[in-house]
Write a protein that binds this ligand. Structure first.
Ligand code: CP
Length: 310
């Protein structure tokens, strides 16, 4: 593989480690794989003889299935590990768990973990390539890549687009990775939500901050609606879900009242009727299922480019 076809990093731990050139390389590679995925025969031999372990210490539907399908489409050998049904419950440490998996000659680990920095920690201890599939409220790099790829697909370019990330920014790994990715690609980014769910450090990331939903919607080309992450909230950040929905929920009436057509995104899983109503989630302006479709091609690209460094 030529140098200009190589990522600048041997792991994908966060968007912060990628250059703009890396992101464009991932997108161009994903374009090719998206073509493959639309063919009658959707499988290529690119990762034959590469073994990948999907190691999930936290629940997942989209990310786990998407990585697994991406690996199968690339002809990789795949093993799956879910902490809930493993010896972690008997007290085994992360390093012991992973070293046991690596002893089975695994080349790459895709890991989701509740602790921020778990992927970085692992990358310092083992030789395999590590892909972060979400670490606590820190980063979710492949989600941000597939989100930006979907905006590029919709508009032809991400540069100059105005993207509002709306909802629970404080507990979101999707928010931080999206901010970093979109800014590297030249988009303008705003975050919007209740004051209690917007972290104080956010302004240091050079994003606009807005507490009024209508102002955010009137400003943006794309609204990325985030889920309220109740499972990460140890205290109450707003009086009730009903009140949150009244102030920050997006419904068809609000969408139709705007004087332009904005694009609606959501990383999933959706809390229908809380951050977004069904008629918005399923509307023509929504690209939520395009995001899911693009996730497979983007993850194929990431795995292919990292495996190419072996
Ligand atoms: N978007 C996302 O990470 O969804 P899952 O938690 O279902 O993987």
């Amino acid at each position: 593989m030529a140098d200009n076809q190589t990522l600048s990093t041997r792991h994908l731990l966060g968007i912060k480690d990628l250059t703009e050139k890396d992101i464009h390389l991932i997108f161009e590679t994903a374009d090719t794989f998206k073509d493959v995925l639309n063919r009658p025969i959707k499988k290529v031999p690119s990762l034959r003889d590469v073994t990948i372990a999907n190691v999930f210490f936290e629940n997942s539907t989209r990310t786990r299935l998407s990585f697994e399908l991406a690996q199968k489409r690339l002809s990789a050998d795949t093993i799956n590990f879910a902490a809930s049904s493993s010896s972690v419950s008997k007290g085994e440490t992360l390093i012991d768990t992973v070293n046991n998996i690596l002893a089975m000659k695994v080349d790459m680990i895709v890991m989701r973990h509740p602790y921020p920095g778990a992927g970085v920690f692992l990358s310092r201890k083992v030789d395999a390539h590590i892909v972060n599939a979400g670490d606590g409220a820190h980063e979710h790099p492949t989600q941000a890549l597939l989100d930006a790829f979907s905006i590029r697909e919709k508009y032809g370019d991400v540069t100059g687009k105005r993207v509002a990330i709306i909802g629970d920014i404080l507990h979101s790994r999707v928010a931080l990775s999206n901010i970093l990715c979109l800014q590297k690609l030249g988009a303008e980014v705003m975050v919007c939500g209740p004051t209690t769910l917007i972290p104080k450090y956010i302004e240091s990331l050079n994003v606009k901050v807005e507490y009024n939903l209508m102002n955010a919607l009137n400003w943006c080309d794309v609204a990325n609606m985030l889920r309220i992450q109740l499972e990460r909230q140890d205290i109450k950040y707003f009086p009730s879900l009903r009140e949150y929905s009244m102030l920050y929920g997006l419904n068809k009436e609000i969408l139709n009242s705007l004087d332009k057509e904005i694009t609606i995104m959501h990383p999933g899983p959706i809390n229908r009727g809380v951050e977004i109503t069904s008629d918005v989630a399923d509307s023509k302006q929504s690209i939520i299922l395009d995001q899911v479709e693009n996730g497979v091609a983007v993850r194929m690209a990431v795995l292919y480019l990292l495996a190419g460094q072996r």
